[in-house]
Ligand binder design. Structure first.
Ligand SMILES: Nc1ncnc2c1ncn2[C@@H]1O[C@H](COP(=O)(O)OP(=O)(O)OP(=O)(O)O)[C@@H](O)[C@H]1O
Ligand SMILES: [Mg+2]
Length: 295
């Protein structure tokens, strides 16, 4: 058994930071507790704020396998756990010797089953991504699977994890997830980062962006989030925009540059239309004032 989990909140924060994931102390505390107490983490928040990334980062930092169950409408328990390889079973039945076709050889293991199997490098990270896209019956099934970390395959028997996987659930909150499932978990609302943290993340993820430009990008996106938009830009958009501006050799924002590249930040025509001309100039002025004040 690998046991390289961090022994304190600070150690957890350092571990995540080492992989370029910069979070606040509350999320660091929650992650530490989740690892220490074997409790699933439930992350809810807007798009592009680092929910999925936490699972990827933890897997990389702890050297564990990452198993991702991407949820979608209509996902059912059997698809999430296993399927029989029907084609292979048919072929085997055509052979002359009678064989048992309900064995490991014919089993297609889906994410949940994979997560409950033994892994050489310790319990894996199980990312159950965008759970709000599934329905109540699937949640009920998950609740059961996560309460004793076992699932049953009728033809084979019960498969129980030798060591509970590290479970991270995410939701974009397109609907509320059932209380019973949340109760199993430690909950965290992932908010947009403040200016300082967003700048730090940008500098760690897109180091080729110069200091002045980085500051302007972050201040501008932060201001945009305060506007009345249908879809506010997340961290993913900040990073994308920075990469676009670097590719264009931009050293400072201007209304023209912003107009030409706004498609990296805003993805709805109504939002883009709202922001035309004078609005961009106005926001850019407040951004410059913000930055002067920040020194
Ligand atoms: N705290 C952070 N430190 C460093 N990078 C981050 C952090 N949070 C997010 N990122 C970066 O922002 C991008 C978006 O993050 P991620 O994909 O995890 O968002 P999400 O919350 O899962 O969004 P969605 O709801 O759209 O799936 C990623 O490229 C990731 O590298
Ligand atoms: Mg995600």
């Amino acid at each position: 058994m690998t046991n390289n989990i961090p022994k304190s909140i600070d150690e957890t924060l350092t571990l995540l930071r080492g992989q370029g994931y910069i979070c606040d102390r509350r999320l660091g505390t929650l992650t530490f507790l989740s690892l220490s107490l074997d409790r699933p983490i439930f992350l809810e928040g807007e798009a592009g704020v680092g929910k999925t990334e936490l699972a990827k980062t933890l897997a990389a930092a702890l050297g564990r396998d990452l198993i991702r169950l991407q949820c979608y409408e209509g996902l059912d328990a059997s698809t999430a756990v296993y399927e029989w390889n029907f084609a292979k079973q048919m072929l085997a039945m055509r052979g002359d010797d009678a064989r048992d076709i309900y064995t490991d050889e014919f089993l297609i293991k889906r994410p949940l089953l994979q997560a409950l199997e033994p892994h050489a490098n310790g319990a894996p990270i199980l990312l159950i991504d965008e759970i709000d896209r599934t329905d109540a019956p699937f949640e009920a099934f998950l609740l059961e699977a996560l309460s004793d970390y076992q699932v049953s395959v009728p033809e084979i028997g019960t498969i129980k994890a030798p060591e509970p996987p590290i479970v991270i659930l995410t939701s974009n909150r397109t609907r509320e997830v059932h209380d019973a499932l949340k109760r199993r978990c430690l909950y965290h609302w992932v908010d947009y980062p403040d200016f300082e943290r967003e700048l730090e993340i940008l500098q760690s993820r897109v180091p080729e962006a110069k200091a002045q430009l980085s500051g302007e990008i972050v201040a501008f996106v932060q201001r945009l989030r305060g506007e009345d938009l249908f879809k506010k830009p997340g961290l993913a958009e900040t990073l994308d925009w920075a990469k676009c501006l670097v590719a264009l050799d931009v050293v400072a924002l201007s209304p023209d540059v912003i107009a030409d590249t706004i498609g990296a930040v805003l993805k709805y025509q109504d939002d883009i239309a709202k922001l035309h001309g004078s609005e961009v100039g106005r926001i850019l002025e407040t951004v410059r004032a913000d930055l002067r004040e920040a020194g």
